[in-house]
Design a protein around this ligand. Structure first.
Ligand code: ZN
Length: 149
């Protein structure tokens, strides 16, 4: 029997989709929600801190905060090939938080990116006992993408 737990972190992040046919080509931002879905067996060992849990929710938060939130919160995430936007953010000076990525920063690609940011840290801490099985990226109240390898 396996159980699934979910925990999310939110970021305020700017982006644009440079080749989009409509308004997504403009520089703008979202309050993103990155939700990790972790699957595994409940700890049955008596007397340990995680008895009755898959893992401590605060430990998931710590990983999401360090490797997702702290990297892209209050930053602009730009595709490495988006020369116009890179130039605009560079004009803001050294203090501007710009994160250059090798993909178009859509919700789909950001979900995959966040999965790859988090997965090694779950793997290192929990080995085969727990698996990160999906990462959801909610871009607006109506739209969300899921990366599930
Ligand atoms: Zn957008």
């Amino acid at each position: 029997m396996t159980t699934i737990i979910k925990r999310y972190v939110e970021t305020d992040t700017g982006h644009r989709v440079p080749n989009h046919k409509s308004k997504c080509k403009h520089l703008h931002g979202h309050r993103y929600r990155f939700e990790a879905e972790i699957e595994g067996d409940i700890v049955t060992e008596s007397g340990v801190s995680e008895e009755g849990m898959l893992m401590d929710f605060s430990d998931i938060s710590r990983v999401l905060t360090t490797y997702v939130h702290d990297i892209i919160d209050h930053a602009f995430v730009l595709y490495e090939g988006d020369e116009e936007a890179k130039k605009a953010c560079a004009a803001m000076g050294d203090g501007h938080r710009t994160v250059i990525v090798p993909f178009i920063p859509t919700a789909e690609n950001l979900a995959k990116w966040a999965f790859e940011q988090v997965q090694p840290h779950i793997q290192t801490a929990y080995g085969n006992r727990l698996q990160l099985v999906a990462m959801h990226c909610r871009e607006t109240p109506k739209s969300m993408a899921t990366w599930r390898p």
